[in-house]
Design a protein around this ligand. Sequence first.
Ligand code: PLP
Length: 443
Amino acid sequence: MSAETPSVAAVDPWVARDVAVVWHGFTQMAAYPGNVPITVERAEGRELIDVRGNRYFDAISSLWVTTLGHRVPELDAAVIDQLGRVAHATLLGNGSRSVVEFAEALAAVVPVDDAHTVFASDGAVAIEQALKIAFQYWVNRGEPGHTGFLALGDGYHGDTVGALSVGDGGFGTSVFDPLRFPVLRTPGYADPDWAVKAIAAIAANAGTLAAMIIEPLVQGASGILVADPEDLAAVGRACREHGVLLICDEVATGFGRTGKLFASQWAGPDFRPDIICLGKGISGGYLPLSATVASRTVYEGFLGEDLGTATFYHGHSYGGNALACAVAMRHLQLIAEWKVLDHVVEVAAHLATRLDQLISGLSGVAAVRQCGLMVGIELAPPAGAERWGRRVCAGSVGRGVLLRPLGDVVVIMPPLTSTAEELDRVVDVLAESIRDVWAEDAQ
Ligand SMILES: Cc1ncc(COP(=O)(O)O)c(C=O)c1O
């Protein structure tokens, strides 16, 4: 530890206990205490409250999972009610009532034909399942030459090895390059011709592709890069025309984030992915749950002899957790009952106006990108300036708004029920933080 680094205990005794035993994901632990993390103890509505009683507006929805807020009485009640029945029973070979009920509700709303759902607990696992299903689908059909995947530049699909393989670089992935399987990659949404190039690759490689995987409408983790829905629709048509399975990764965009229940729906009613991956907001941010939703055609490709080779030999211990499915079911009902999608459209428009008025023109801001309640503010640090994203977000946290950057892109991903006033506060605080950091470096 250098002379300037404050001792862990001097920073915060909870941080000292934390670093003694916890290893945080995507976090350099040597720098963790110095980055002044908060230790959350409880929450109320859309605010997190730390062990010292400080309150923070959760402007990143606890890493994009919290939809309606924290401690929603109706969701709390759904968990408690299910606890009175059973917390978990395996789905391997047997059924579980709350899982059946949620899968039925999901099938009624997801843009996949006659949906059948494989449940898991994290988004990356939903992706792994989709890749394996797509691969085995062709083997089961007796066409084993379809082994490749088409994926986009700037794509992110999670951190397990298969998900890392279809994802593009960045986020420290290069160390794992020897483990990643090769994929065919065409440019992402930063290229205005991404769809034309993807369609050409689909046409040229249809005979060897198992599937194309795409984050419909928004590439989130690469800094909220937004596509035109018409381009998305054209890519969907090309996949259908050339017989390439289309996997839509809606882990980040699903459950209302973009103003529709699923981002795929912006591409129109004819856009019907073969497989959709869901996670994050699926349980309202309450319990780990993810889902790989396959069309009837894909599902039927796996039907055959008991214990035969056509079976999908994949499943996780907690896949189809009863508590998670019970809360996910109530969450889906509340999205409709509370007209959450209308609210998202309304407050997203308000947020766009405020960002335009207060952020876009600031020195140190290169671009503001938004789709629904997904916002990326790309900072433009002056030459030689360091850790801008980190410093701007630390300034916001100090002012009671919890933000976390992706490099030098500040992400605003507030709960879907956020009010216009709360969003105004987020924008005001962010503008102050950017001005402060600019002033420090401009001297
Ligand atoms: C589009 C997308 N896919 C997959 C994942 C991985 O989800 P999880 O972190 O639950 O594994 C993420 C996470 O940010 C994501 O944004």
